[in-house]
Design a protein around this ligand. Sequence first.
Ligand code: ACK
Length: 937
Amino acid sequence: AARGESDAWDAITEMDEHNRPIHTFQVCNVMEPNQNNWLRSNWISRQAAQKVYVELRFTLRDCNSIPWVSGTCKETFNLFYHETDEAHGVKFRPAQYTKIDTIAADESFTQMDLGDRILKLNTEVREVGPINRKGFYLAFQDIGACIALVSVRVYYKKCPFTLRNLASFPDTVPRVDSSSLVEVRGACVDHAEERDTPKLFCGADGDWLVPLGRCVCSVGYEEIDGSCVACRPGFYKAYAGNIKCSKCPPHSFSYGDASAICRCEKGFFRAEKDPPTMACTRPPSPPRNLIFNLNDTCLLLEWSPPSDTGGRRDLTYNVQCKRCGPEPDHCQLCEDELRFLPGPLGLTNATVTVMDFSAHANYTFEIESLNGVSDMSSFPRQVAIITVSTDQGGPSLVGTLKKDWASPNSIALSWQQPEQTTLPIIDYEVKYYEKVLKYSVYDSKAPSVIVSGLKPATWYVFSVRTRTAAGYSSYSPKYEYETTGDCKYLRPSTVLICCTAVRPKNRVFCMTLIICHSWYFKAKMTSEDKRRANYQNGHGKSIKLPLSFSFTYVDPDTYEDPTQAVHEFTKEIDPSRIRIERVIGAGEFGEVCSGRLRTPGKKEIAVAIKTLKGGYVERQRRDFLREASIMGQFDHPNIIRLEGVVTKSRPVMIVVEYMENGSLDSFLRQHDGHFTVIQLVGMLRGIASGMKYLSDMGYVHRDLAARNILVNSNLVCKVSDFGLSRVLEDDPEAAYTTTGGKIPIRWTAPEAISYRKFSSASDAWSYGIVMWEVMSYGERPYWEMSNQDVILSIEEGYRLPAPMGCPVALHQLMLHCWQKERNHRPKFTDIVSFLDKLIRNPSSLLPLPESPGEEMDYPMFISVGDWLDSIKMSQYKSNFMAAGYNTLDSVARMSIDHAVCLYNHLIKNGLFLKRSLNLNWYCNMVPRYFTTLLLTH
Ligand code: ACK
């Protein structure tokens, strides 16, 4: 440090309590007035920082402990700074300096401490910045204190170099503005490649936030401890991604490091479409046990599959036919002369039917088995061989067939009678078949035939052979014919096309048919009985689409594959349309950010983005997206709107409308007492309207609480948080946890706590609690009572009293929501119309009981006597009257002594609140809430 003008500061070396030397700057001119002693630091380069922190450690003498100094002795000093681009040397002008703060000591020492050698060290940290020049000076101004400056540490914060998701992120200095983040793009580590652009955000405190995107190890490399390591010999990795190297599949090997694929052993192969994970395979051995079966018209060849399939399943057979003369070497191929059913090549069954063969001929059939790698092997193929002699018939005697006439279903054919035959012709056999199907035969005595029963618009093949005593001749050349079409066989699609041609009135009907038809398929595809049935049973509703008022909610858990529910009910958003701006909170699964969403052709909108943090397991991803599948089914101004989801890239995100004022509980706490009752009732009305919509949809929220309501800039409240129901359902422990576990005891109806009977009626109970939270500006329901006490006191009939200034009508509504018998609680539709009535008639919102006779939906007690009757305390009428409590208003203002006295009396007589409430708590509430305690009992 450099000394200032006055030279009052002294550089002194002292010993600390451990006898180690400490170097300090000290000043202690406490006796003299008007001190102005400066001490200046050397020039400090700001390096990369924009904002720096100055940590001062100092001791300060307590003025009271120094005699005769009153008026002159000070207990503070001032900290200044001055930005410059270069060091000024000794030049020091205090006027150039800007004050950072006045520094006071938390602890000052006295003479006694000094004697005991107790060092009362103070540590103070101040922020300085933004600093734009290359560096700065610090200066300390003493104005008459007794100070020893022990250390000055100047530092800045940075997000340190880090490796995340296989990407490296450099040292990054945060922004000066502590609420905005620096977006940093990561570089993939060696042998890794980008999936989604890896990014991190550097927060003001030097913490990395919101990891987005990632790199994955390239082919041949696997992730080990955050880097990509080559696969060892004998292992491979064929795809880039977060998978491990795998052992080479059977009959393959890899010699080197970092193999993308394993090579096949000699004699083994991989077909073009075989995945690298598949074993290498070889061609099959030949078929076995080949036999034939010959009758008049056909020859059946059958065989057994090969003993070695080569390790593959894509086994087929080819048949080759050779017709040989007397000399075995004189063979010709003959597949084209014969007809094979189903064909000569690519057979998948070990059998084939051969037709159209000639009589008195020798055929040799070779059956070859093949698989997907047969073409790759250079080894000669092995076949099964059989020779068949068709010792019957003779050459075809019939010439070309002629069509005489035809209809869609029949055809008349004729042919030339053979001129000369050695034996008389017994009959003709007419064979015909659908070109692609099985054939039929027809016997005809005459050289003509009428074949009926044909299908219209179908190709047929006909041929004829003669039969004599010596057997059949060969078949005549084939005659092919396509029967004509017929209206009867038109396809249904044609019917739909016809629709546009009918009269307008009928067209409507016709269109309806088409819509119903497509709806039918949609319903089949999406709902399936199981899912919709509960809503049909429970709510007596049928599924009618497509109008929104009759939608019912579909539980995503009824989908076998929950990702299908996500597809069905949410829109996938391309992450390039999302701009993340800042982190606004932490959700159950990861950060919640705010940002903007661009949609082509629309105005950019503000959104909240919930992210799923990396390293999640599948179940977490499913539970996270579950909320989106639920939210995506809703469309109501008081339900948080889902904009869409990002599931095809990392991180997985849920994008919803942005609610400027965040969650209702903290919003109310921050604005305690700021709103009119009408404004509060307006918020409650919105929540009730959202809940009415949910209950109409058959959705039970189970976690309705002010913390799960979001508020926008217009004070519109929207119900959010649709994740909980499954957690509760699955966790039998959760209902009984007393440690603030999963079940929100204070918000939950007794039947839901004790036997998990959740319903819209239990949501109505929670709604009553939300009303209480709102009217008390975010007070915690049942204050600091334990969960166990809350359960017990509810069981005994205790209900929350009216919050301060809460109109009685509203508290009555709360009490109505907290009826033990759930069927007696109001429906959300009743709540909405009741609140509407209150809003229309603001005088009903006065904080005192209504005057008798006013028309209300909820019972108003007319006199203290009636009221005591109604709560089965008639025997106390005279006590109340004697004490002067003859109106409810006066009961509400009961003196604390009377209230405690009555309370004790009731306790003593076992009349109410036996165990549940401790008296301290109770006394704090009396007398303001006494009426309510009694009212509800
Ligand atoms: O009380 P808050 O400011 O409001 O803090 C929490 C935080 O994120 C964690 O949930 C806020 N939040 C959640 N969803 C939204 C939203 N759609 N719009 C604005 N803030 C939101 C919530």
